[in-house]
Design a protein around this ligand. Structure first.
Ligand code: SAJ
Length: 433
């Protein structure tokens, strides 16, 4: 078993550190945020992820995991720091990668292996991280193995996927990244695949998320087309997917999270070839406005409207609100409170509602000041309820109870969680997208 230093203890770094530690490695988790390190030392996690608390406790109790604010010498350095997007430039902000590289180059020794796991634009490992590591005086390829290996885990199922997903490993110096493969082999039950180089491995990660984002855009467009033809898009998609070579994704109120809305832009950072992919991004970003239009279409009155938005997390059964379609919808509706009917909106269209009061509910989110925790309070007196997150809790909503609570009768399901037959036979004006 090896000494592994994990840089960055966020959504990926913390579960990674705990997983490698419980597999028997001697792990040091490093985060520059002293508060995070202090609370982790006490055994408290700052991330909501199933199984993570017990995995951390197990690692700490076994004394396989230490926590620190500065890097320590180790055979393996895993960099799992955030790579946010600069929204204006649509470019990756690599400052955390650069800082982690600079910090770890002070403890780097001949024979060590450095693995970048953060999602980055192609060539970051070789052109950005490599030169920073070489300020140590060591040479990549000769003294140090530098590798890119993307994480591919699904929030909500991170611990299982960390062990079971296949991994793709690409070396920065073209040789076989032997020691990185050996490390992942000691923990991962999936296959470890070697990419020809680090840039290919970076590219693979980005095209995986771009594939999903672009396919969701297709599903959203199909959903809109179905609406125009007066048919149920989800039923049509289910039927279409019975074909052995068709697998349409699910339409919805937009694409959230920290990955899918961002990675397509990283892919196009040093290329002019984003075309279909860029259009897909625009379609997905435009879904909030489309949902507002669907709502306006369903309401009798479009002025002085009370709307209950069900879901602030970016997807079902998680508490993460990054790039949440539900919060974007609430924001868009709130802005309308100041707008006069017909105010021009981003795409040159007209905002169809005025004086909207919005209340947001989410059983998984407790750190958003605008989110109310009681479902009954949220629905009470509202004219309309919109489901925007596919939490399990929403599946069994009772139409009769909702009818009692609402002032109006509009229910719009944008995630396909409500059973149409049950809701269509209620007194409510039910519609799903
Ligand atoms: N969504 C749809 N329709 C669908 C599927 C998803 O509208 O058919 C929406 C979700 O509601 C959500 C968004 O897309 O708002 C993203 O959710 P997701 O479950 O597709 O993905 P993430 O962001 O939670 O995780 C993705 C995963 N990538 C792929 O499945 C290719 C995960 O495996 C990656 O590790 C993660 O990005 C990452 O870290 O890059």
């Amino acid at each position: 078993m090896s000494r592994v230093c994990v840089h960055g203890l966020g959504y990926i770094g913390l579960p990674t550190a705990a997983t490698f530690a419980t597999a028997g490695h001697n792990v040091v988790g490093v985060d520059t945020n002293e508060d995070v390190v202090a609370s982790l030392r006490k055994g408290d996690i700052h991330i909501d992820e199933p199984g993570l608390q017990s995995c951390l406790t197990e690692a700490l109790d076994a004394e396989q995991l230490e926590l620190a604010t500065e890097p320590v010498p180790a055979e393996y350095h895993l960099i799992c720091v955030p790579t946010p997007i600069d929204e204006d430039e649509r470019e990756a902000d690599l400052s955390y990668v650069k800082a982690a590289g600079a910090a770890l180059s002070t403890v780097l020794r001949p024979g060590d292996t450095v693995i970048l796991e953060s999602t980055v634009p192609p060539r970051t490992t070789t052109d950005v991280l490599g030169p920073i590591l070489e300020t140590s005086g060591l040479e990549i390829g000769r003294d140090v193995e530098l590798v890119y290996c993307p994480e591919t885990v699904l929030p909500g199922n991170v611990l299982t996927e960390l062990r079971e997903n296949d991994r793709i490993v690409g070396g920065a110096h073209g040789d076989s990244p032997k020691s990185a493969v050996a490390l992942y082999d000691s923990v991962v039950t999936g296959e470890i695949r070697t990419a020809p180089n680090a840039t290919t491995a970076e590219f693979v990660k980005l095209i995986q998320n771009t594939f999903r984002d672009t396919n969701i855009a297709l599903a959203n467009e199909i959903g809109k087309l179905a609406t125009d033809y007066g048919i149920d898009g989800r039923t049509a998609i289910d039927l279409a997917n019975s074909h052995p070579r068709v697998g349409v994704h699910e339409p919805g109120p937009g694409v959230g999270g920290h990955c899918l809305p961002i990675d397509p832009w990283f892919l196009g950072q040093d290329s002019d070839e984003l075309d279909l992919i860029e259009t897909a991004r625009e379609i997905n970003d435009g879904m909030v406005e489309y949902v507002v239009a669907l709502l306006a279409d369903q309401l009798d009155e479009t002025t002085d409207v009370d709307v209950a938005v069900l879901g602030a997390a970016y997807k079902g059964n998680v508490s993460d609100t990054r790039q949440s379609p539900g919060l974007a919808l609430a924001q868009s509706l709130r802005i309308s409170a100041d707008a006069t009917p017909g105010t021009t909106v981003a795409d040159g269209g007209r905002f169809p509602l005025q004086d909207v009061n919005v209340t947001v509910h989410d059983p998984h989110v407790d750190d958003e000041p605008t989110v109310r925790n009681s479902l009954e309070d949220t629905l009470s007196g509202a004219d309309a309820a919109i489901v925007v997150t596919d939490h399990d809790e929403y599946e069994n909503l009772d139409p009769e109870r909702i009818d009692e609570l609402l002032d109006g009768d509009v229910v719009l399901d944008t995630k396909g969680v409500l059973e149409p037959a049950t809701w269509e036979s209620s007194n409510l004006q039910f519609r799903r997208f």
